[in-house]
Design a protein around this ligand. Structure first.
Ligand code: FAD
Length: 292
């Protein structure tokens, strides 16, 4: 189909973009990579009065460390996170998740800000930033808010973003020594959205006990969520296969999958347990090997 008519703006800075969102609230839609929005425009499921293209907005492509955090600008593509020297190794969970998103074209165009704002129930980034206890920075013309990723995703395609706000960046705490993460994604074919995706981030103390645990899960609930029951099982105990399986059962117990073309609900619950075990096992291995 052909999209309806809309105006098109290409602001050069964040302030100009935010003024457009304020002045045209309710009819303005932001365009980033376009890989989720353009299909919606073509189907006329989205019919904005004006499209605000972020392509030329300066400052949204930062990827650096500051204040003890990794700062990922909203316009940073999945492909950049897959290959960045800063990310690969130190933030293994992020690089691993990036590698599994869509195909090369999707990764070259799709952006972190777009994914976080769109909040597809099967998207990978929500689970990753929940596990890493990251936060989302949202700005309007007057103020900036820093919202924990655990409070950002509210339901199917629903987030804490207000209509006059822009996601400007995502922040992730820099992992300490003896910390490691992993992403385990079950997909029907390479490049598909997840049937289930599990992100795990673990920190160990000197005795091999788990001092902190983050587990984020996607595709088996209305939106990505923190598997807090699994985290409670893990923290304070020595890392072991038995512990991971117990935590994995707790994680599966927090899911509410639906039966669809990816498989019946019971299958998805079982696969959540399996993917959680795998993600925890790899995260613990990486944590033990990370001497800082
Ligand atoms: P856009 O399509 O430009 O925008 C999406 C939405 O977010 C729009 O509502 C837009 O207004 C809003 N928005 C964008 N940027 C901002 C901002 N900075 N502030 C506020 N609102 C904003 N994703 C996965 O996670 N895993 C996959 O395996 C996967 N596979 C895919 C396969 C295919 C074939 C396709 C087409 C997509 C796939 N995706 C997958 C989704 C892909 O990652 C998209 O790129 C992503 O969901 C949206 O990012 P975008 O930059 O394209 O955003």
């Amino acid at each position: 189909m052909i999209p309806g008519q809309f105006e098109y703006a290409r602001p050069g800075d964040v302030g100009e973009a935010l003024r457009l969102l304020r002045d045209r609230e309710g009819e303005a839609k932001v365009l980033s990579g376009g890989f989720s929005l353009i299909p919606l425009l073509k189907l006329r499921l989205a019919q904005p009065g004006i499209l605000v293209d972020l392509k030329e907005v300066a400052g949204l492509d930062r990827l650096d460390e500051a204040g003890g955090e990794l700062r990922i600008g909203a316009r940073v593509t999945h492909a950049r996170l897959e290959t960045s020297e800063l990310v690969v190794g130190k933030y293994a969970l992020i690089a691993e998740a990036a590698r599994g998103i869509g195909d090369r074209q999707v990764r070259n165009w799709g952006t972190v800000g777009g994914s976080i704002a769109h909040a597809d129930p099967s998207a990978d980034w929500p689970a990753v930033f929940i596990a890493l206890r990251g936060s989302v920075v949202a700005r309007n013309v007057d103020a900036e808010r820093v919202v924990p990723a655990r409070d950002w995703f509210l339901g199917v395609f629903t987030t804490a973003l207000a209509p006059d706000e822009l996601v400007t960046e995502v922040r992730v705490p820099r992992p300490a020594a003896l910390s490691g993460g992993a992403y385990a994604k079950l997909e029907r074919r390479a490049g598909d959205f997840a049937t289930v995706g599990v992100a795990a981030q673990l920190s160990l103390d000197g005795d091999g006990r788990i001092s902190s645990a983050g587990v984020g899960i996607t595709a088996v609930n209305e939106c990505a969520f923190a598997a807090t029951d699994a985290e409670a099982v893990l923290v304070g105990s020595k890392a072991s296969e038995e512990l991971f399986r117990k935590a994995a059962q707790a994680a599966a117990g927090q899911t509410q999958p639906t039966s669809d073309s990816h498989g019946p609900a019971e299958y998805k619950r079982a696969m959540t347990a399996e993917m959680t075990t795998r993600a925890l096992r790899t995260a613990a291995e990486r944590a033990a090997a990370n001497r800082g």
